[in-house]
Design a protein around this ligand. Sequence first.
Ligand SMILES: Cc1cc2nc3c(=O)[nH]c(=O)nc-3n(C[C@H](O)[C@H](O)[C@H](O)COP(=O)(O)OP(=O)(O)OC[C@H]3O[C@@H](n4cnc5c(N)ncnc54)[C@H](O)[C@@H]3O)c2cc1C
Length: 391
Amino acid sequence: MGSGQDHEIIVVGAGPAGATTATILAQEGHDVLLIDREDFPRDKTCGDAVPAGAIVRLKHLGMADKIQHEEDAGHFYPLNQLRLVSPKGKVLVAPFSENLEGDSYIAPRIYFDAMIKEHAVDSGAKFRRATVKGPIVENGRVVGVNAQFNGHVEPVRAEIVVGADGVTSTITRALRPDENKHIDHHRAVALRAYIEDLEEYPHEVEFYLYDDILPGYAWIFPLGNNKANIGLGMRLDHFRDTKSNLNKLLQQFLDMPDIKRRLKNGGQLHDVATWQLNFGSQKHLQHTFDGALLVGDAAGFINPLTGGGIHNAIISARLASQTIHNALMQGDTSRENLKVYEKQVDAEMWDSMKRSYFIQRWVLKFPWLVDMLVTHVGENSSLAKTFLSKL
Ligand SMILES: Cc1cc2nc3c(=O)[nH]c(=O)nc-3n(C[C@H](O)[C@H](O)[C@H](O)COP(=O)(O)OP(=O)(O)OC[C@H]3O[C@@H](n4cnc5c(N)ncnc54)[C@H](O)[C@@H]3O)c2cc1C
């Protein structure tokens, strides 16, 4: 650690991206301060669907026992198939591939995020609750953050700062140039609620694609005992153009005959909340700076078709950690040296972002095509495969 530094690394935000970054770097022996404005456990507005690929990565970091514990406690609900319902009501049911290396879950974020954050601390990262007001920038490079602890703001200095503070990231807003921000075409808004009385299809995630919200969708993600995470999301430009109201749309969704007949007590909703999503389909965004880089939603790595961002947050955490470890060993945390991270992120995610963006823009624009794909192409269609692999 350089003189005048409080820590080697500060990670701002302890969601999946930040807590995974802190875990990997702490396991490599680095001095990591993980900061979040919330105490854990805390909720995060999400569909809570965690694909097998993300679970496998967390197991590789030593979380197998914690994951099993959450499943045994009934907090993580395992999944084994997907149901896609087209605008004309055609139904495709596709089982998850036997080849998947692990389980997929509906894992409410109140449990999932607390588990990863606890693992970061068990791995040696220090956690402090504070609201980061912004990066400290000296001579064009980030040298720490100003953070508010118990009502007073303190500077905390480090060799490198990781912005993992989600879609409204203070770090991203301060560092990314204005012309490099997400535009409405590559953003979405979504509403999530929990429902207590919906007859479930056990272990099955349900996606409803229909005219009012295409190229978005509504979902029902089961939690067992007739409880579910339920919600819907729309691309932001479409949402603005149609002056939509997500609460009304959810009510209309619950009023659809096939859903209504499954409600046991009229539809008991709680924890209704809306939040934003920034897609990874917008090219040429800057993720590295002198002394800082961005991971997860702070960078904008959500899949533009499925709205899934947890797996990509964890992938970006791994790539960022490797880059940071190498940069610290070389004693060079300049943007020039960190830029390799942008190339690696592209190499790992871009093909899938491009394919998902294509389906979202062109296929879902034509509801009849969705009907056709669901009816005739079935579980081998790239639509079904993308939903299956990216949730
Ligand atoms: C309605 C909805 C449904 C979704 N459904 C799914 C799904 O089913 N599956 C899926 O994979 N993805 C889903 N996503 C996307 C997923 O939620 C995100 O991609 C994921 O949370 C990204 O993780 P993250 O760690 O980058 O950010 P976050 O999970 O947002 O974590 C950021 C953390 O930073 C902290 N923070 C923020 N600002 C500050 C600050 N100034 N100072 C200190 N701390 C700060 C926050 O408290 C938070 O803990 C959904 C998103 C929405 C909105």
